[in-house]
Ligand binder design. Structure first.
Ligand code: PLP
Length: 352
């Protein structure tokens, strides 16, 4: 091997869910929202975006950050936006997780966390979920280089009450605690109100799920001005223009229409609750999800075989080839019609 080859950084990348493209497909595999984004978003994007393109975007993302600050009741100096929350979280890992002590996150959680640890050479230690697939707060009451987990957790969908997260914060005055609220708009309890009490808390959210904007790539973090400044310094040392013009405009339009967000998340929550009843009747078991997906297992069928059979029928769900979760499928909540088509397939498959 040549020296330049020896010097290549070898990483095992995160593998996102498939993006198949069939006209008749039912796509319930990557937690996208089945409804369109807010009407104002569509107006903004059809307006002369191409003409504006020759100019650089605002590197401070002022308009979008101010809109987010207003809606969530914080100062603009407490908001950081990035190209999806993946970009925001990667920047957070790089900026804040520089301890010799391991950072802590659950064994079953968002599979990107260990990938960033490997990429940025951050030591980490996973904390096993209990047998009900819940995060155990006490597991995080030990010395660490930082804490991160989603709430609700993915792919279980289980939400932790804000009071439990507060207990974790009380035991960790020396650590940054990052709560990834990618799914909080579907019924979880946000810890944004705790920011007034804890300067070591950072909350991350995304426009990809509840705001139907996965393709536009917008995520944000809210934290103390000191931490947000540090994130901006790292961003500007890497790429000043992470947010493009169309994302800044579309994101602002979305945030300015909270009523629409509430309308479509309520629809998804209603479909989720109905889906729980139907799936339970078919013999599926699952933790009580407060997200836009269900993590299901069935005593009489092999999850991987069912996953393949669904794929043959162009119904796409997610199966993880990982310890403890091989018997489960993660099913994104789609429209009522999409879920009914899934249920029809499952009834036939199970012979019911
Ligand atoms: C979807 C997801 C993200 C990232 O979403 P972006 O599209 O990059 O904003 C982050 N964390 C969790 C737990 C997710 O499920």
């Amino acid at each position: 091997m040549k020296r330049y080859q020896q010097n290549i950084r070898r990483v095992v990348p995160y593998v996102p869910g498939d993006q198949p493209d069939f006209p008749d497909m039912i796509k319930l595999n990557t937690n996208e929202n089945p409804y369109p984004p807010a009407p104002a978003v569509q107006e903004v994007l059809s307006k002369s975006q191409a003409e504006q393109m020759r100019l650089y975007p605002d590197p401070t993302a002022h308009q979008l950050n101010a809109a987010i600050a207003k809606v969530y009741g914080v100062e603009e100096s407490q908001v950081f936006t990035g190209v999806g929350s993946d970009d925001v979280l990667a920047m957070i890992f790089q900026t804040f997780f520089n301890s010799e002590l391991p950072i802590l996150f659950p064994d079953i959680t968002y599979a990107f966390y260990p990938v960033w640890c490997d990429l940025f050479r951050i030591p980490y230690e996973v904390q096993p979920l209990n047998e009900k697939l819940e995060i155990v707060p006490e597991d995080y009451f030990k010395e660490n280089g930082g804490i991160v987990f989603p709430n609700p957790n993915a792919p279980t969908g289980i939400a932790m009450p804000a009071a439990e997260i507060e207990r974790i914060l009380q035991h960790n005055p020396e650590s940054l605690v990052v709560i990834d609220e990618a799914y909080v708009d579907f019924g979880g309890e946000s810890v944004l109100p705790l920011l007034n009490k804890y300067d070591n808390l950072m909350v991350v959210q995304t426009f990809s799920k509840s705001r139907s904007m996965a393709g536009e790539r917008i995520g944000f973090a809210i934290g103390s001005p000191e931490l947000i400044r540090a994130l901006h310094d790292v961003k500007y040392s890497f790429n000043s223009y992470t947010m493009n013009r169309s994302a800044l405009a579309a994101g602002t339009a979305s945030v300015e229409d909270q009523a629409y967000l509430e309308e479509i998340t309520a629809k998804i929550v209603a479909t989720r609750e109905r889906s729980k009843t139907v799936l339970r009747e078919m013999g599926f078991q699952f933790p009580d999800s407060k997200s836009n997906f269900l993590f299901v297992t069935h005593p009489d069928c092999n999850a991987h075989e069912l996953f393949e059979a669904l794929r043959e029928a162009h119904i796409f769900v997610r199966w993880f080839d990982a310890p403890r979760v091989r018997d489960y499928l993660r099913i994104t909540i789609g429209t009522d019609a999409q879920m009914d088509a899934l249920f029809d397939f499952l009834r036939k498959y199970l012979g019911k």
